[in-house]
Design a protein around this ligand. Sequence first.
Ligand code: TYM
Length: 338
Amino acid sequence: MPETARPAGKPVIYSGIQPSGTLTIGNYIGSLSRFKQLEADFDCLFCVVDMHAITVRQDPAQLRGKINELAALYLAVGLDPGNTILYCQSHVPAHAELAWVLDCFTYMGELQRMTQFKDKSARHEDNINAGLFTYPVLMAADILLYQTSAVPVGADQKQHLEIARDIAIRFNNIYGNVFVVPEPYIPKIGAKILSLQDPSRKMSKSDPEDTFIGMLDPPEVIRRKMKRAVTDSGAEVRFDPDGKPGVSNLITMLSILTGRTIASVEGDYVGKGYGALKADAAEACVETLAPIQAEHRRWLADLTELNRVLKDGADRASRIAARTMGKVRRKVGLAPLN
Ligand code: TYM
C-alpha cells in the first residue's frame, strides 16, 4: 500500500502570528480576519509563535504580556477554541525538535536568499543571530508537523512558504511520503497593506506608531493617523496601485473592511477629495475594530480561562505533532524512544 502523509479527516489549515509589537490592521486584513470563515470546512490550528519572536531581543515581561494579548485577539475575532486549536508554539516542544531535523535538510544558500533575513539583519545589525537565519526552518516545522494543506498568510510570507514546500518535497523524496506539501493561501486583495507614511513599504508592527493602525488603537487615534496618511499631490480617488499607492491602499482597506468591491468604493468618490476617503477609511477601521476590542478586553479580564484555552490547545496540538515526529524519528534513524 502506498503511504499517504495525510491523516483521515478534513484538510488542515495552519497559521501563526508573532507576539511582537501591536497587531496592525494589515495583520488583520492579511491574516486574522480570514481565519474565522475557515473553521467550518477545515481542521484549523492557529499559533502564537513566541519562539519566532525571540529572534530579535524582547523584554521578557513585555513578551509575556504580548503573548496573552495576541491569544486574546485570536479569540476576539470569534474563533471557537472548542473546535479550532489555538496554542503557543513554545508549549509544544516538537516544533523545536522537528526544526532541528529540518535544519539538516536545508541549505545555507536557500536561507541566505530570504528577503526577511536580509531586512531584519539590516535592521538589527548588532544581533544577526543564528535563530534569525534559521527562522524559516522553524516556520516550516510549524506547518509540516500538522500535515497542513493550506497556510493563510499575507504576501510577505510567500517566500517562507516556498522554502517550507521545498524542504517537505526534499524530505519526501528521500524518505517517502512523510509530509503533506502545503499550499500558500494568499488573498488576491489585501495581501499587502501598506504603511500610512511610506506607501512603498508594507505596514509593519515593528515600524513607528504613526505608520500603522493598531488593532487596539482607540477611535480618535485611528482618525488622527488616517488623516495624516500620505497620499499624492493629485486629487482624484482612483485605484492605481503603481501610480497612486497611498490612495489605492486606503481604497483597499475600505473595500475589504466594508465587504464592497474596489470599483464600488471608487465610484463613491467621484468629485470628492482624499479627505472624504480618509475619513471613511478611518470609520471603517473604527467600526470593524470596536467589537473586537470589546471582546479582547473581556478575554484579558479572564486570564485563567485564556490560559486554560491555550493549555488545551497545546495538549491537542502535541498529540498531532507526536504522530508526525514519531514518523520522522523512525525515517531518519534517530534512536527509538522505547
Ligand atoms: P507576522 O507575525 O509578521 O504577521 C502575521 C500575519 O500577518 C500578515 N501581514 C500582513 N498582511 C497584509 N498586509 C500587511 N502589511 C501585513 N503584515 C503582516 C503576515 O503575512 C502573516 O500572515 N513568519 C510569520 C509567522 C509564522 C507563521 C508560521 C505563519 C510563524 N510560523 C506558520 C504561517 C505559518 C510572521 O512573522 O508573521
